[in-house]
Design a protein around this ligand. Structure first.
Ligand SMILES: O=C(O)CCC(=O)C(=O)O
Length: 274
């Protein structure tokens, strides 16, 4: 992080990283998702992918069923391999993770989310709760965040398309947050929608109040979420399941991020980003 990014990450609980996914990788990811969306749920499950419709998600607001294509859903994504696997140890992001988590860490979840008109996601976290899996912390020597997420935009997403939205600074709040549990209102003075272009990413502490404003446009929003945590945390359900052959083709850092390093131990310098 630059000195300014460090200041802003601490102050706000997030930083926006512009253009971290170059066009060829974006195109490969979107093509892969197009191909998956042409498959029915059973065919997707046969590829070891778990597609879950958002109507079952307590945080999600779901709009009317779309005329074409799938209803709002999220899915595991690493079993697709290819560019999704490359993103595990993405060089443009890895140094930010090392600084924000501050101890040996792992990938604890990776997923894809698709959202149409009418869909939104209520604010959650950042209400002074003590959740060991998401705490933001800073100590004398640096950050010690217990959960960092990166939201990668695979499509351009303006405010009208239901972009990712935060309450800056809420990761430090000690009082109940009256906006938690509500779909963010972009006109509210505490609410900051974060429009992105395809290839941008929002790097944030899970302790921050975050959600998504309602998608009021006609464009489908496509987002990847990659989540990292200190090595003492476990993976979230099936969200780190990988494609066959991963163990033999992954580089050492990628393998370590998926399997989880030994917590509380010094690591070889060769596994640290420069
Ligand atoms: O839709 C969004 O961008 C927010 C999703 C989110 O916060 C989550 O999945 O935990």
């Amino acid at each position: 992080m630059t000195a300014e990014e460090r200041y802003l990450f601490d102050l706000n609980g997030y930083v926006v990283l512009r253009k971290v996914l170059p066009p060829p990788i974006l195109a490969a990811m979107n093509d892969s998702i197009d191909r998956l969306e042409a498959l029915n749920d059973r065919e997707v499950e046969a590829r070891n992918l778990a597609r879950k419709y958002q109507e079952d998600n307590v945080y999600a607001q779901v709009g009317p069923a779309p005329q074409q294509g799938l209803a709002d859903y999220s899915s595991t994504i690493l079993p697709c391999g290819g560019p999704f696997e490359e993103l595990i140890d993405w060089p443009a992001v890895l140094p930010y993770l090392e600084e924000a988590i501050g101890v040996p860490f792992r990938l604890d979840a990776a997923s894809f989310m698709s959202r149409h008109g009418g869909g939104g996601f209520v604010f959650h976290h950042g209400y002074a709760e003590m959740l060991p899996y998401s705490e933001y912390a800073f100590e004398r020597d640096g950050f010690l965040c217990a959960s960092i997420k990166i939201s990668y935009a695979l499509t351009d997403v303006g405010v009208e398309d239901g972009c990712f939205t935060v309450i800056p600074g809420s990761h430090k709040s000690h009082f109940p947050n009256p906006l938690v549990g509500r779909v963010p209102d972009p006109a509210h003075p505490l609410v900051r929608p974060l429009p992105c272009e395809a290839g941008d990413a929002v790097f944030f502490s899970e302790d921050l109040s975050h959600g998504a404003v309602e998608n009021r446009g006609s464009r489908v929003r496509r987002t990847l979420f990659y989540s990292y945590a200190p090595a003492y945390q476990c993976a979230w359900g099936r969200l780190t399941e990988v494609a066959p052959g991963f163990e033999s083709r992954a580089n050492p850092r990628r393998l370590e991020l998926v399997q989880g390093p030994v917590p509380f131990e010094d690591r070889p310098a060769s596994l640290t980003a420069v």
